[in-house]
Design a binder for this molecule. Structure first.
Ligand SMILES: Cc1ncc(COP(=O)(O)O)c(C=O)c1O
Length: 439
């Protein structure tokens, strides 16, 4: 074992033995080289006032060398905020401002120790860091059966973890905390589990209410008390898009300090909430552990970043930072929120109008980009294909009954036409089935 990795492991074992138990083999072995090129270069940046000949960039007249064809288009920005490598943990000012934003939007974090957010190449990368540091072959990843399909690749295919699913909703159409508890307690023999909580949920657009939130936290606490070491990741990709009376905070806050055998990790970012999907700016934040453990986890995270992408893109960090500091930011975000909320309301109004008969019901939704229909009479895949072929409409079929509709990318005046077309496609598929059955 590298001595630096050993030092980090010793710190975590001393300060938080339960968290040491959660690390994967890779998580134990990884470290960030203290005396490597990046740290020597950082030192030189501070002290080498005459010539800094440390790092693999090129300079000219004291600025990063660059091509005018690029700079002309990005002239609002200083070359030093575009072309140089960003630090592996991300731009310090962006990390600080994101932390302030997180604390403001999630008052339940107050009073708990959390790390400074570390910049990731958006949320997928944050999730894959969690998988690298904490998932070994055979470890259980506990999540609702309606989930973002990429978890399977990130945790399952790449790291060999096993997906353990429970039904998302209970009989009342509320979050099934009892299912979560049961799935977690079933991991008692393994002594470890990774829980993924994603609200607003992809694909259903569901966020639990306050009472359901408490039940989720209680289920996790019960499992921790039963001896299970639990890494809980809140995937807050669609954070802030809460249209109704659900929780308006991440459960990360309530999970901090819950139990020594619970490690909360918040994965979030600008991707969806700030409408910058291609920028690839996300964050990973650790909570509810002593400062020395948080610092050691940060070092291990930097080790994974250095080993995989080395550092995130600098221009998009600059763009996001600039936006977050702008006095126009809040107002413009509120305007977009109003558009999204209004679309969600319109979808509900259409679905509740009775005009679509008894062909489907819809899963409860109150947030995010999506909603899901549950088709009662025909296969979702057949409807998806019919929609494409006859109606020029793209949707996502999930399993045999569910059709995911991203109202986030349909203008409000077109929503009725969209659902009319879906309804027609369902009737077409049903009629074709009846003809076949009659043959
Ligand atoms: C629930 C959820 N998490 C994470 C992501 C990935 O986000 P990013 O594009 O920032 O990697 C998505 C994207 O669809 C998502 O739906």
């Amino acid at each position: 074992m590298n001595p630096l990795a050993q030092q980090l492991n010793d710190t975590i074992s001393r300060e938080s033995p339960s968290i040491a138990r959660m690390l994967s083999e890779l998580g134990k072995a990884i470290y960030f080289p203290k005396v490597g090129i990046l740290s020597q270069s950082a030192e030189a940046k501070q002290k080498a006032k005459l010539y800094n000949a440390t790092i693999g960039i090129a300079t000219e007249q004291g600025k990063p060398m660059h091509l005018q064809v690029i700079q002309d288009k990005l002239s609002a920005y200083d070359p030093k905020d575009l072309y140089e490598y960003a630090p592996p943990a991300g731009k310090p000012e962006l990390r600080a401002i994101w932390r302030d934003k997180m604390l403001k939007e999630n008052p339940s974090i107050a009073g708990h120790q959390i790390s400074l957010p570390i910049v990731t190449n958006a949320l997928t990368h944050g999730l894959s860091i969690v998988a690298d540091l904490f998932a070994d072959a055979g470890d259980a990843v506990v999540l609702p059966e309606k989930n973002w399909e990429n978890y399977e690749l990130t945790f399952g295919i790449r790291r060999g973890a096993v997906m353990v699913e429970y039904p998302l909703y209970d009989e009342q159409g509320k979050f099934n905390a009892a299912g979560l508890r049961e799935a977690l307690l079933a991991q008692k023999d393994k002594g470890k589990a990774i829980v993924v909580l994603n609200f607003p949920n992809n694909p259903t657009g569901y966020t639990p209410g306050a009472e359901e939130g408490r039940a989720i936290v209680a289920a996790i606490k019960d499992a921790a008390e039963a001896g299970i070491h639990i890494v809980v990741v809140t995937d807050d990709a669609y954070f802030g898009l809460f249209f109704e009376d659900s929780l308006h905070e991440s459960l990360f806050g309530q999970l901090c300090g819950l139990h020594e055998r619970v490690l909360p990790i918040k994965v979030d970012g600008a991707t969806k909430e700030d409408y910058v999907w291609g920028f690839r700016v996300g964050f990973i934040t650790y909570g509810g552990a002593p400062e020395a453990t948080l610092a050691a986890l940060e070092q291990k995270t930097l080790g994974i970043i250095r080993a995989t992408i080395s550092s995130g893109p600098h221009p998009s960090q600059t763009f996001v930072l600039d936006a977050l500091k702008s006095p126009l930011f809040e107002r413009q975000k509120a305007e977009k929120f109003a558009i999204m909320k209004s679309r969600a309301n319109k979808v509900k109004q259409l679905l509740d109008s009775g005009k679509y008969g008894d062909e489907w019901e819809y899963y409860p939704f109150n947030s995010g980009y999506f909603m899901c229909l549950k088709l009662k009479t025909v296969e979702a895949e057949a409807v998806r294909q019919r929609l494409l072929e006859a109606y020029g409409v793209g949707t996502i079929a999930l399993g045999s009954t569910d059709l995911r509709v991203a109202f986030s990318c349909i203008e409000e005046p077109q929503l009725e036409d969209l659902f009319d077309r879906i309804h027609k496609a369902v009737l077409d598929v049903k009629a074709a089935g009846a003809v076949q059955a009659g043959k």
